[in-house]
Design a protein around this ligand. Sequence first.
Ligand SMILES: Cc1ncc(COP(=O)(O)O)c(C=O)c1O
Length: 355
Amino acid sequence: MPEANSYIASLAPYQPGMPVETLVRKYGLEAGSIVKLASNENPLGPSPLALSAMKLAGRNVHQYPDQYDLIQALAQHLGVDEASIVVGNGSNDILDLIARTYLDSGDEAIVSQYAFAMYRLAAQSVGASNIVVPAKDYGHDLDAMLAAVTEKTKVIWIANPNNPTGTFMPYEDLEDFIRKVPGHIAVVLDEAYYEYLDPADRVLTQEWVTAYPNVLIVRTFSKIYGLAGLRVGYAIAAPEVSELLNRVRLPFTSNGLAVVAAVAALEDQEFAFRSFALNRQERLRMQAALREKGVEQLPAWGNFITIRVTDGAAAYESLLKKGIIVRPLASYDMPNWLRVTIGLPKENDRFLQTL
Ligand SMILES: Cc1ncc(COP(=O)(O)O)c(C=O)c1O
């Protein structure tokens, strides 16, 4: 057998939320009776406009896809230069591109203790060292992350809001941090849940890439736009940075149907708003119900709530048996916590009653 390089041999693969089909096979439950609150997907499904656009585009799948329409639509929607956008096969693909562009064996990447798992995987897969900085209140400790910078640091990963803990950092703190980081270090600001923030709480972080060309913003169509199964994510970065990422990017990473659907989803801001409003309403209702039950929960800024239970693995298994899939967090070293995606009102009711 060929021998893998040492950092791949010791890599623990990403653990996704359990798919509905797996639970059907495991416990013989009916797919229709299963509630999946495990992967922070949009419970409203995809935008109907995205579905119709894909149907029409089906007749062109014999041709290689072109991303230009999506790049143009994103640039216009975000008010940035087209040359600033890099489209990937989900935002995970972008995170991987960043690691391959900026990290080499022996380099260091700084990551917060409970930050999204992909950062460590992406860095390790290119032989870089992960410098894990202890969390503060389950979120990023920016002062400690700054103090961890060495001459080997090449990338700093930040998720805001963070997954799986749902925490959020004020933009003033974040910008202050960015100002202090040496300009040759890539600061990755992963905003997969950006669109779930109240518009009044949002800052147009995409504008930061002009003032701070070492900042890369990463966003996705998997969450509020409901296209997780299609795999579309993107980076917003200074044109010189985008040009580098595009050198590493494989040709045609996002498939033709996904690109067309993403353009339609972006146009369907009414759907995005409905998704936002449902999430806000149900998150507030779930938070209140959990408080009433005396369940400890972390502050939640995305489309999920992270709660403490006595035994995460046992609670996860008993919920599974009742047809409810949530996310256990032992792989994040949080064995007494579960992450629960905000679903439709009836799905959330089922979860609350069963818990
Ligand atoms: C913080 C964060 N970043 C990135 C991703 C990756 O999303 P995708 O590859 O579907 O765009 C996720 C998915 O859950 C996430 O929570």
